[in-house]
Write a protein that binds this ligand. Structure first.
Ligand SMILES: Nc1ncnc2c1ncn2[C@@H]1O[C@H](COP(=O)(O)OP(=O)(O)OP(=O)(O)O)[C@@H](O)[C@H]1O
Ligand SMILES: [Mg+2]
Length: 474
């Protein structure tokens, strides 16, 4: 690695310097590089992607300049991964006019780069472009520090999947229609429900959460509708139910698929009449709330199996929003991990952990995250506590098995990933019944349990992961 600084201001320690990264595998820019270094910049020049990743794991960089000429297809892929891993940076490509002729190359440039320059470069123009990109990166970083993570509505994410989701959310905020949120466990359904409340005109009014799966069946009616004094044995006082408490605001019915059938009829009536009747009363009380419901199960299937009312489903599912699983949010894993680390390190624990090793980032990107963002938060928190050094390793995260060697996927990691997938899908298909899953997979229960332990698969992921650390809602 070569490091270049502008000697004119080298002694000025008061100036906040910006790191500019140059990836130049064949040293094509070696001669001109000193001309590009502006007064407030430090330029770090690399010839290999692993060296870049090592630096990015430790240090912050605003802009990356990539010489794209003479790259083998493998190296080009590495470069693409490198860019995808750094969503907070702006990238500038340097290419020969010949390579620009290909359509595929043009698409690559348009998708991945803030700007591009053709060889031979014109140092003044390139220096200006680097300056603009630094300004843009700085603006983005300022937004991130305000937001506690890059994203929108208090939700972290810059991947295409999340951008699409944010665009939908923007539209949803303007309406009063009911929303049904789908998505695997830990993808952020409750966070989104809170955003629908916080960023809408109802934000000054209550936000009431009802976890339909967690209330004992005999209490659910009084929990939702409230009761009058003496309505049943033990009803010593009047109780206002959750629906009435949400008046003017947002009612969030979590795990709506677990609502007992009998209660589904009552809820449907409330939605039709926009009024409730407390238990032990005959008086109908008008209620005005926006309904957001969430489920991690397939309600259509529940309807087919007679566990969910179709008419209620259509009432709830006026707007359907599906949160993508974390493994489909390219680039967000690193962003989330760094945001979680930053928030946790500045909290009361104040551990001296400053980042992740390149292997840790690689392993996190390879991992499948069955428990999604919640699992990522838990793993990072645990790693901060357990880490012995300034940088969190893949082993601290419990992901040593997913470490990539030579930037390729090792056979062991590929096997492990496949093995994990197949165990998980079999457990899911068999309702977490280990005996049935073992039978289906043709292994003994002991072998299956070994796999479950090896991959840290949680048979009841939601309950156990929350219970372990006590972290549920940020
Ligand atoms: N994109 C995100 N940015 C920041 N934090 C997030 C994001 N998504 C989820 N979280 C955090 O992850 C944790 C789990 O999210 P949440 O409880 O909203 O998930 P969920 O989909 O409701 O899960 P479940 O189905 O298990 O109830 C929370 O601490 C939440 O704040
Ligand atoms: Mg939830």
């Amino acid at each position: 690695m070569r490091v270049l600084v502008n000697t004119e201001i080298n002694g000025d320690v008061t100036m906040k310097r910006r790191n500019v990264l140059v990836f130049d595998a064949h040293g094509l820019l070696a001669e001109q590089l000193p001309l590009l270094v502006a007064a407030d910049q430090t330029v770090h020049c690399f010839e290999s992607v692993p060296a870049v990743q090592k630096m990015l794991a430790k240090d912050h960089c605003s802009v990356g300049l990539v010489v794209l000429d003479l790259l083998t297809p493998e190296l080009r892929e590495e470069v693409e991964r490198m860019i995808a891993c750094a969503p907070m940076m702006e990238w500038i490509g340097v290419v020969s006019p010949d390579s620009l002729a290909s359509r595929e190359f043009q698409t690559f440039i348009l998708n991945a780069f803030h700007d591009f320059h053709t060889l031979p470069i014109e140092p003044r123009r390139l220096a200006m472009s680097i300056g603009h990109a630094c300004g843009k990166a700085r603006m983005r970083q300022a937004l991130v520090s305000k937001n506690d993570g890059s994203g929108r509505f208090g939700i972290c994410g810059t991947s295409p999947a999340m951008f699409k989701f944010f665009r939908q959310l923007e539209k949803v905020l303007d309406t009063e229609l009911p929303v049904l949120l789908g998505g695997e466990s830990g993808t952020g359904k409750e966070l989104v429900a809170r955003a629908i409340h916080n960023y809408s005109s109802r934000s000054g009014k209550p936000f009431v959460v009802v976890n339909c799966g967690a209330i004992p069946i005999n209490l659910i009616q009084s929990e939702l509708f409230g009761h009058e004094k003496g309505a049943f044995t033990g009803a010593s006082q009047r109780k206002i139910g959750s629906i009435e408490s949400a008046n003017g605001g947002v009612l969030f019915l979590d795990e709506i698929g677990d609502l007992p059938l009998g209660m589904q009829v009552n809820l449907l009536r409330v939605l039709q009449e926009q009024a409730i009747t407390r238990l032990g009363s005959t008086q109908s009380i008008p209620v005005d709330f926006r309904l957001v419901a969430a489920t991690h199960v397939d309600l259509q299937e529940a309807i087919r199996e007679g566990r969910f009312r179709e008419d209620l489903f259509y009432r709830l599912n006026v707007i359907h929003m599906q949160l993508p699983p974390l493994r489909e949010r390219a680039g967000d894993v690193r962003l989330l991990a760094e945001t979680v680390l930053q928030n946790f390190s500045s909290g009361p624990t104040r551990r001296k952990v400053s980042g992740f090793t390149a292997e840790a980032i690689g392993a996190m990107e390879l991992f499948h995250w069955p428990g999604n963002v919640r699992e990522l938060i838990n793993r990072v928190h645990r790693a901060v506590v357990m880490s012995d050094s300034k940088l969190i390793t893949a082993a601290d995260l419990g992901l040593a098995i997913f470490v990539q060697e030579n930037q390729g996927v090792t056979l062991e990691a590929a096997r492990a990933s496949f093995e994990r997938d197949i165990i998980e899908s079999s457990l899911r298909a068999n309702g977490n019944n280990v005996s049935k899953a073992a039978q289906q997979l043709g292994v003994s229960r002991v072998t299956l349990y070994r796999g479950i332990n090896k991959f840290n698969i949680e048979l009841n992921s939601k309950l156990s992961s929350d219970a372990k650390t006590g972290i549920c809602q940020a």
